[in-house]
Ligand binder design. Structure first.
Ligand code: TPP
Ligand code: MG
Length: 808
């Protein structure tokens, strides 16, 4: 009946009666009735706004005007829920249920309603007829609830609207949660996505001794929206081998006779959970350290199981036609209304609910109680479990500034030391992990690895370094997995940090979108508690691609995040190590944001003392008086944001001082990008009066920006003086060339910035011709030298901020 061999399938070998198996006839009957109730409530949500218990014949007045939702996946999800309930009760499991095909939202709402958690969280959805009516009406209704397993759904950490991330979220939730079992349904269509395809490999990072278990269910209902799925149309043996190749022990459950299927499912889940228990015992008590073959289930059941078999002469159950609303022309075709009623009555609601609409007590009792209910599992509301991260004093890691700009430091290496200390400080709590796509060391954060190691359950060789079954640095060459693991980890109440090459973070643009939506929505749901922020460090930046060139250049993730709700997103571009430390300290302590930190890893000059860095980060932008010239009342403002632009802007200031010694120059550095926006647009936005004090109206402004220049225009278009802002940034010019040539190619170099300033100061009009000549010669000289010598001119490469101005 259950098997993990290649040839047999569950449905073939079990009897028709459903009598053989671990379930007593009474329990089987109750579980089936419970499942019918969940299916009934699911269909009701999709279709009805009245007559919730079908106390009278269905009429068009009972039906919602817009039929929105997804039936096809739902009965399978409901089937699993009722089985998880049995296992939770019998084994006292701490279980989280993650649903890849999140469009099966009605099923999760139905089940959390039946177990009582829904009404506890939403008291107006009472456990009676009125409650059921409201439950139905609110679904996919304007200002009601969404159709997916959304943040509003109790027990959910995974909306599932965008397919592909279920399994990686499940693993993220399981890390460092040794008592947790995460049951994860993977849609067979979802399984075709890139992120999901690679997520199976998460089992190479899960330690049975210290982590929880993930129980993957490949829901092989055969279809997507309009097509069969690949995995349903390859031979069963091939699919089994695929799963074995991923390192799992596949089990199979197949069929469509409910009674038979309940017995088979109960048997297969008992076996799988016994396997999990044995794996954990061997690792926890027997000292076994080998990577186990975790069980997984291939569940082959019909899409739209128990729904209409044929509609308008066409097969629906067990086809893609069951995906959304199987009977969609209720208002046009009277027979559709009749079929809907027949379908709903087939679940025998009168046997499930009493005349007041209470779910029958003998059925309700088979659900778990209290916090064991999946709708009430605190791991699904991670903020409830969140402990503050212990962040050691970042000042202990600060760079001592002997003179501004006089020595070079790799900023991210300094951050690595702080992260190492954070890792050590929270070792006992095991609630902090660092994630990266094979780039932690490349981004110069390697100190964080020391003393904890990199998680690894696969084979190791003598040549390997720092791989460890208990490692807390997670490295896998999949940005999707890093992002998904981290999200799962954060959503279940822990902390984390993700470092990535700047250009390739775009691979997870869409996942960041979804997480931002989750944060935005949960912020407005009172019972959802804030979780730790998702912290990104982007390094290997656009300006320094010595090894790689154009393919590795793209600062556009900043633009991407800027589109998100102001409540959710913070973007920082620290110009040196001490500001990076201060920013990181703030981000690690913050809640419910996406924090983006953009910082270079190359040796670079250091500008601010710790106290100055803290003050600078507190206001987010500010005048650097030591870099400015000529006191107040500037004739030109030279603004900069990002480490390389800051260097070029300061070098440009020196050139200007040489050319026009009496030029009154103000240098402004921006570390918190959001301060540029008006207060009305972002809570970090500087009030106009303060902004005008920094950027005096009518004073021309040359702005050297790390990213795409139009972003600065976009952020400041409502500010006074916007017409007077001239922005230089990355304009998609790149190749494998010298660091300074990269700036020249994009016209953000010091010569260009100095020329820009001269062009914009009215009193220097007379010298623009000579300045242009000077600029052309300088660039010409640079180009020739670089072409000839393969390196930057010594005076560029060795340039330093003048010693006489460097005192701090
Ligand atoms: C990344 C992504 N691409 C496309 C879609 C649109 N979509 C929604 S449901 C669906 C089919 C899903 O099929 P499957 O995973 O098999 O789920 P089920 O059959 O259980 O409904 C598609 C393509 C999506 N939600 N996410
Ligand atoms: Mg499917």
């Amino acid at each position: 009946m259950i098997n993990n061999t290649e040839s047999e399938t569950a449905g073939d070998t079990a009897g028709e009666s459903g009598n053989s198996g671990p379930l007593s006839p009474e329990l089987l009957a109750k579980m089936n009735a419970y499942w019918r109730a969940a299916n009934y409530l699911s269909v009701g949500q999709i279709y009805l706004k009245d007559n919730p218990l079908l106390e009278r014949p269905l009429t068009l007045d009972d039906v919602k005007p817009r039929l929105l939702g997804h039936w096809g996946t739902t009965p399978g999800l409901n089937f699993l829920y009722v089985h998880w309930n049995r296992l939770i009760r019998e084994r006292g499991l701490n279980m989280l249920y993650i649903i890849g095909p999140g469009h099966g939202g009605p099923g999760l709402v139905a089940n959390t309603y039946l177990e009582g958690s829904y009404s506890e969280i939403y008291p107006h959805i009472e456990q009676n007829k009125d409650g059921i009516k409201r439950l139905f009406r609110q679904f996919s209704w304007p200002y009601g609830i969404p159709s997916h397993v959304a943040p509003e759904t109790p027990g959910s950490i995974h909306e599932g609207g965008e397919l592909g991330y279920s399994l990686v979220h499940a693993y993220g939730a399981a890390f460092d949660n040794p008592d947790l079992i995460v049951a994860c349904v993977v849609g067979d269509g979802e399984a075709e996505t890139g992120p999901l395809a690679t997520s199976w490999h998460s089992n190479k990072f899960l330690n049975p001794a210290t982590d929880g278990a993930v129980l993957p269910i490949l829901h092989l209902n055969g279809y997507k929206i309009a097509n069969p799925t690949i995995l349903a149309r390859i031979p069963h043996a091939e699919l089994g081998n695929l799963m074995r190749g991923y390192g799992y022990e596949p089990f199979t459950l197949e069929g469509n006779d409910p009674a038979v299927m309940h017995q088979q499912a109960a048997a297969v889940f008992d076996t799988m959970l016994d396997r999990i228990a044995a794996i954990q015992k061997a690792a926890r008590e027997g000292g076994v350290t080998e990577r186990p073959a975790w069980p997984m289930l291939i569940m082959r059941t019909p899409k739209g199981w128990t729904g209409p078999k044929f509609v308008d002469g066409k097969p629906v159950e067990n086809t893609w036609r069951a995906h959304q609303v199987p009977l969609s022309e209720i208002f046009e075709k009277p027979e559709h209304l009749r079929m809907l009623e027949e379908w709903m009555r087939s679940y025998k609601p009168e046997e499930l609910f009493d005349e007041k609409g209470h779910f029958r007590a003998d059925l309700a009792e088979i659900a778990p109680k209290g916090r064991l209910r999946m709708g009430m599992n605190p791991h699904a509301n991670g903020g409830l479990l969140l402990q503050p991260l212990k962040v050691p004093n970042f000042r202990d890691f600060a760079v001592k500034i002997e003179g501004r700009g006089q020595a070079d430091v790799e900023s991210t290496r300094v951050l690595g030391r702080l992260l190492h200390a954070v890792m050590q400080a929270n070792k006992a709590e095991k609630n902090f992990r660092v994630f990266g796509p094979d780039e932690t060391a490349s981004n110069r954060l390697q100190d964080v690895i020391t003393g904890t190691g990199k998680a690894w359950m696969a084979e190791t060789l003598p040549v390997d370094e720092e791989l460890s079954e208990t490692g807390r640095v997670m490295e896998v060459l999949s940005e999707h997995m890093c992002q998904g693991w981290l999200e799962g980890y954060l959503l279940t109440g822990r902390h984390g940090f993700f470092s990535c090459y700047e250009a390739f973070i775009h691979i997870i643009d869409s996942m960041a979108n979804q997480h931002a939506k989750w944060l935005k929505t949960t912020r407005e749901i009172p019972w959802r508690k804030p979780i730790a922020s998702l912290n990104y460090l982007l390094s290997s930046l656009v300006w320094r691609q010595d090894h790689n060139g154009f393919s590795h250049q793209d600062p556009g993730f900043i633009d991407h995040l800027l589109n998100k709700k102001a409540d959710v997103v913070r973007i920082y571009l620290p110009p040196d190590a001490n500001t990076l430390l201060s920013v990181a300290d703030h981000c690690l302590r913050s809640r419910h944001y996406i924090n983006l930190i953009v910082a270079g890893k190359q040796p670079a000059p250091q500008w601010l003392t710790t106290d100055e860095a803290v003050a600078h980060c507190t206001t987010g932008m500010g005048v650097w008086p030591w870099a400015s010239n000529g006191g107040g009342n500037p004739e030109i403002v030279m603004a900069c944001c990002g480490d390389v632009p800051t260097l070029e802007a300061l070098a440009a200031v020196c050139l200007l001082r040489e050319k026009v010694p009496d030029l009154r120059i103000r240098v402004v550095n921006v570390v918190d990008l959001m301060t540029l926006q008006p207060t009305s647009e972002h809570p970090h936005g500087l009030p106009d009066e303060e902004y005008d004090q920094i950027f005096p109206p009518a004073t021309p402004l040359v702005f050297a920006f790390h990213g795409y220049p139009w972003l600065i225009h976009r952020m400041t278009y409502r500010r006074h003086n916007h017409d007077n802002i001239h922005v230089r940034g990355y304009k998609e010019e790149g190749t494998t060339t010298t660091p300074f040539d990269m700036c020249v190619l994009n016209n953000i170099d010091r010569f260009q910035l100095a020329l820009d300033a001269i062009h914009r100061v009215p009193r220097l009009k007379s010298m623009t011709g000579a300045a242009e000549q000077w600029y052309s010669e300088a660039i010409q000289r640079h180009r020739l030298y670089v072409a000839e010598n393969g390196d930057d001119l010594p005076e560029i490469k060795n340039w330093r901020w003048p010693k006489e101005l460097s005192a701090c």
